[in-house]
Design a protein around this ligand. Structure first.
Ligand SMILES: C[S@@+](CC[C@H](N)C(=O)[O-])C[C@H]1O[C@@H](n2cnc3c(N)ncnc32)[C@H](O)[C@@H]1O
Length: 283
């Protein structure tokens, strides 16, 4: 009998890739969560972190544990979800939005905004403050979604660590803030609670950009610092969803390391600001 040879694989890296694919495929088939097209190097790092945290020896052992223990799946899901965020993140983005996008929105009788991948909600409260200062909040409905229900609960509570307020105040002022930032919150037990007038027009809901569909037509879609964790194919797929969900002349805002330029939707948008990653749908 001939010796068994590996057909296509030649290195430990290839073998590791096969086991990672098996893990992601198993998760998809068993739980319906689709991480198969997340950016490989980032997902690989998180998988190994979970292997060690569970005191396991290999990715295949993790596959076995994940399939038999939903609580382990929950922990891995949390590892996969990077929730870093801040209020008025990249203040120049919000300054540009205030100066150049608000005048466009002013012409609409009502405004629908989708924050896709909103994490714990800091970006959403920032937008609510900006719209309130520009006199547009009362005619706006904000839909804030994320795959991760835990961060959505924090967002709904609107409670944030007081230790972040110095940074957020600076960001707010750099973003063209018009009042004292502290007017927007009250302090209780080392946390700040944002004023309920800011959340009254916000709907927080779970939505998975990989598997869920469009659920409305929006005048603005902000999806910042989310697509960076997806591979190019998945980014292109999500851009189809955004294009389908944006009204004509609607605005798309991405994170500073993200772009639409490689997708086949690129020519459907006019670049409002390449630096701020703001685009307007023109077809
Ligand atoms: C780094 S945070 C970005 C938060 C905010 N947009 C910002 O720029 O500060 C990325 C968020 O994307 C969410 N996310 C990851 N995959 C997702 C998916 N498939 N569908 C929806 N949200 C997802 C994560 O749970 C996380 O809260």
């Amino acid at each position: 009998m001939n010796d068994i040879k590996t057909a296509f694989t030649s290195s430990p890296e290839d073998l590791e890739k096969i086991t990672i694919n098996l893990l992601l495929q198993g998760i998809y088939e068993w739980y319906g969560y689709d991480y198969r097209d997340y950016a490989y190097h980032s997902i690989r790092r998180r998988i190994w972190h979970r292997v060690h945290a569970e005191k396991l020896n290999s990715i295949l052992e993790l596959l076995d544990k994940v399939l038999h223990h939903p609580d382990c799946m929950q922990r891995l899901t949390e590892d996969f979800s990077i929730n870093v965020t801040e209020m008025f993140r990249d203040p120049s983005f919000f300054l540009y939005f205030r100066k150049e996008v608000i005048p466009i929105l002013r012409t609409y009788p009502s405004i629908r905004i989708w924050h896709a991948g909103c994490s714990t909600g800091e970006e959403v409260y920032s937008m609510a403050i900006l719209l309130q200062e520009e006199g547009l909040y009362d005619k706006t409905k904000i839909y804030a979604t994320d795959i991760n229900t835990k961060v959505l609960q924090t967002a709904k509570n609107g409670l944030f660590p007081i230790s972040n307020m110095k940074k957020y105040t600076n960001n707010y002022l750099e973003a063209g803030g018009k009042r004292a930032f502290s007017e927007y919150y009250k302090v209780t037990n080392h946390k700040v609670k944002f004023d309920s007038s800011l959340s009254k027009n916000i709907v927080f809901a779970q939505h998975n950009l990989v598997t869920d569909r469009s659920f409305n037509e929006f005048h603005v879609i902000l999806c910042r610092n989310v697509l960076i964790y997806f591979n190019k194919d998945l980014q292109a797929k999500v851009h189809e969803l955004f294009h389908e969900s944006l009204a004509m002349f609607g605005i798309l805002g991405l994170g500073d390391k993200e772009t639409i330029s490689f997708t086949n939707k690129a020519d459907c948008y006019k670049e409002l600001s390449g630096k701020q990653k703001l685009y307007q749908k023109i077809k």
